[in-house]
Write a new protein. Structure first.
Length: 342
C-alpha cells in the first residue's frame, strides 16, 4: 500500500515537472525565439523581484505567449478530463464529449453568437461563451430526453446513438448558418478550426475557474466511475445512484465543454486519445486517471499548439487541424495494438 502511494506521488511530481517544462518551451519558442533567462527575468519583474527587460521580449512574453500558453494548457486539461470522465461513465473507449453531441451543441451556440453578432456590452467573448454553454446544456437535455423516451434505463448505447445523430443535426445547422454568414464567414471558419491567437488573461482566468469548479465535481465521482467499470447493474447493487451520477457528470461535462469551446473553438481528439495514453501509465483507477489526464492533456495541447505555430512559420496552422491529424494517427495505432493484444 505504501509503495502504491509512493508511486502516485512520484507520478504526479513527474507530470508536474513535465507540464512546467512544456510551458517554458512554448513560451520560449515561436516566430521569435526568446532565451530562457529572459523568460525568468520577465516573470520575476512582474513580482518586482527583478527589473523589467528592455526591448521586445517583455511584451511578447507577457502580452502574447504567456496568456496563450495558459489558455492552451487549461483547455487541454479540461478536454482530457471530460474525455476520461465520459469514457468511464459510458464504459466505452470511443466515448468523449463529441460522442454525446455536447461539443457539437456548444459549437452551434458559438456559431450562432458569432454569425448573428450576439454580444454582451463591455465583456468580450461573453456572448459566445453564454451561447456555447447554453446550447451545450440544451443539447444534453434534448439527448437525455430522447434517450429517456426510447430507453427508460438510459443505457449507454442509446445515449451514444442519439448523441451521434444530434451531432449530425447540429453540424447541418452550422453549415446552414455559414452559408448565409456573409462577412462573418472568415471568423467563423477560423474559429471552427480551433485557435488561441486572441487569448488573454481574462480568458485564462475564466478557464481556471471553470476547471477548478467543474473539475472538482468530476474528480469527486472518481469512485462511482470505477463502479461503472463493472457494469451499471453491479454499480447499482453496491449502492451507486446510477441515474444521479450520470446526470451530474454529463451536466458538469457539458458546462466545462461550453466554456472551452467558446474560447478555443472546436478542438478534436484530445478527450478521445489522451485518456487512452494516460491510462497506460496511471492505470484504470479514476482517482489517479482523472488528475493524470489533466496533466497529459495540458502537455499534449501545448506541444500541439507549439507545432502549429512553428512548423510553417511565420504562417500558423489552426490548432484543431494539428490535434485532428496527430490524434487520428495515434488513435489508429492504439486501436490496432489493443486488437493485437486481444
Amino acid at each position: 500500500m505504501k509503495s502504491l502511494k509512493t508511486f502516485g506521488v512520484l507520478q504526479y511530481f513527474s507530470f508536474s515537472i513535465a507540464t512546467v517544462l512544456a510551458m517554458l518551451l512554448c513560451v520560449c519558442v515561436g516566430s521569435v525565439n526568446i532565451p530562457l533567462s529572459d523568460v525568468f527575468q520577465t516573470i520575476a519583474s512582474v513580482f518586482a523581484v527583478q527589473p523589467a527587460l528592455d526591448g521586445v521580449s517583455t511584451p511578447i512574453i507577457l502580452s502574447v505567449r504567456l496568456p496563450r500558453v495558459l489558455c492552451v494548457a487549461l483547455v487541454g486539461a479540461a478536454l482530457s478530463l471530460c474525455g476520461a470522465s465520459m469514457q468511464g461513465l459510458l464504459r466505452n473507449p470511443l466515448a468523449d464529449c463529441s460522442t454525446l453531441g455536447v461539443s457539437a451543441g456548444a459549437s452551434l451556440g458559438a456559431v450562432v453568437s458569432i454569425g448573428f453578432g450576439i454580444t454582451v456590452p463591455g465583456v468580450p467573448l461573453a456572448g459566445t461563451m453564454i451561447m456555447a454553454m447554453l446550447c451545450a446544456f440544451l443539447s444534453l437535455v434534448i439527448i437525455l430526453s430522447l434517450a429517456y423516451k426510447l430507453d427508460y434505463s438510459l443505457s449507454t448505447n442509446t445515449i451514444i446513438l442519439i448523441g451521434i445523430v444530434f451531432s449530425m443535426f447540429a453540424n447541418s445547422v452550422i453549415s446552414f448558418i455559414i452559408t448565409f454568414s456573409g462577412e462573418r464567414l472568415r471568423p467563423i471558419t477560423f474559429w471552427m478550426m480551433g485557435s488561441f491567437a486572441q487569448s488573454s488573461y481574462p480568458n485564462a482566468l475564466t478557464l481556471l475557474i471553470a476547471l477548478v469548479l467543474f473539475g472538482a465535481v468530476l474528480i469527486r465521482y472518481a469512485r462511482e466511475l470505477d463502479a461503472f467499470a463493472i457494469g451499471e447493474d453491479n454499480a447499482r447493487h453496491i449502492g451507486v445512484d446510477v441515474k444521479r451520477v450520470k446526470l451530474t457528470v454529463m451536466v458538469t461535462v457539458s458546462a466545462l465543454i461550453g466554456v472551452c469551446v467558446s474560447i478555443g473553438g472546436t478542438i478534436g481528439f484530445v478527450g478521445l486519445v489522451i485518456p487512452h495514453m494516460t491510462r497506460m501509465v496511471s492505470g484504470p483507477g479514476h482517482k489517479r486517471l482523472l488528475p493524470a489526464s489533466m496533466f497529459s492533456g495540458a502537455i499534449f495541447l501545448m506541444l500541439a499548439d507549439l507545432l502549429g505555430r512553428t512548423m510553417l512559420r511565420p504562417l500558423e496552422l489552426p490548432l484543431g487541424v494539428v490535434t485532428s491529424f496527430i490524434g487520428s494517427v495515434v488513435f489508429v495505432y492504439i486501436f490496432y495494438t489493443s486488437r493485437r493484444i486481444r
